[in-house]
Design a protein around this ligand. Structure first.
Ligand SMILES: [Ca+2]
Length: 283
């Protein structure tokens, strides 16, 4: 084999015209193979992957089901693009934070609170900022009511709210239905079909309009946002879940306040096929 290679090399050097067809043949084969791979990638990119579930599914197809994408920031189609002013520019294309680990992954993260950042993000913001989104996708952020409405209106979605403390205490609240209506309803929230044991933290919030300190749509004689540190929320009178409270996200189980250090609200389509063994397709 080494001898054949040496002969080929010498032929190339001394009689290029004789050996080149063999080399060209190999190059052509390689080029064809490369084109095939690139075409497959393009077909998935052009499919306008619209959320983290579709990214997880497409990754499995490209790499023959051997590759599981990690959690992080991904490009998604800009069908839900708003004028959000994220620290990391979200367009074009639009970016999303994907959680590919919790409960088999495929989650698009809509709200994130974490103390593990150099600079904390303030959630004391007016209506317009809650509509468009704010923060940093690699740290703390609010994805924006416009984006939440768009993402949850395309198909039925499920939701998980995970809260935890630095001591390892963790609570995952999962619901089978999650939808944010449009601006004409002040982004009314629909959350139902509880999938965990214990207190139902969706009370106060299912059917509630969104409120901020400068736009009071809640059921309290005063303003829940103003009372609870100017964070925006789907307040009733006032809350069981307040992920934008400052300085920490809070739950309230009808008896007492439960402060946490971390919080994440994430959604994915019901029956996301990234969860199954089937590779599916890009269409
Ligand atoms: Ca009120």
């Amino acid at each position: 084999m080494k001898l054949q290679l040496a002969v080929l090399l010498i032929s190339v050097l001394l009689e290029g015209s004789v050996a080149l067809p063999a080399v060209n043949h190999c190059l052509t084969k390689f080029e064809e193979s490369l084109k095939e791979t690139m075409a497959l990638r393009r077909s998935c990119e052009e499919a306008h992957l619209k959320d983290c579930c579709q990214i997880a599914e497409a990754s499995k197809i490209i790499d023959n089901d051997n590759y599981t994408p990690g959690s992080g920031i991904y490009d998604i189609s800009n069908v839900c693009q708003s004028t959000a002013a994220f620290t990391q520019d979200i367009f074009p294309p639009m970016k999303a934070r994907c959680n590919m680990e919790s409960s088999d992954g495929g989650w698009t993260v809509l709200v994130k609170r974490t103390p593990d950042v150099d600079e904390r993000v303030s959630f004391k913001r007016p209506w317009v900022e809650y509509e468009n989104g704010f923060g940093n996708l690699s740290g703390e952020f609010w994805y924006g009511l416009k984006n939440m409405h768009c993402l949850t209106s395309q198909e039925p979605m499920e939701v998980e709210v995970e809260v935890s403390k630095t001591d390892g205490t963790k609570l995952v609240l999962s619901y089978g239905n999650f939808k944010v209506d449009g601006p004409s309803t002040s982004y009314t929230l629909h959350v139902s079909d509880k999938h965990y044991e214990g207190f139902d933290f969706s009370l106060h919030h299912n059917g509630a309009k969104f409120s901020t300190f400068d736009r009071d749509n809640d059921q309290n004689p005063g303003s829940c946002s103003a009372i609870y540190n100017k964070g925006g929320n789907w307040f009733g009178n006032c809350y069981n879940m307040h992920l934008t409270d400052m300085p920490k996200p809070q739950l309230h189980n009808s008896e007492r306040f439960l402060p946490y250090d971390y919080a994440e609200l994430r959604v994915r389509p019901k029956g996301c096929i990234a969860l199954s063994d089937s590779p599916g397709n890009c269409e």
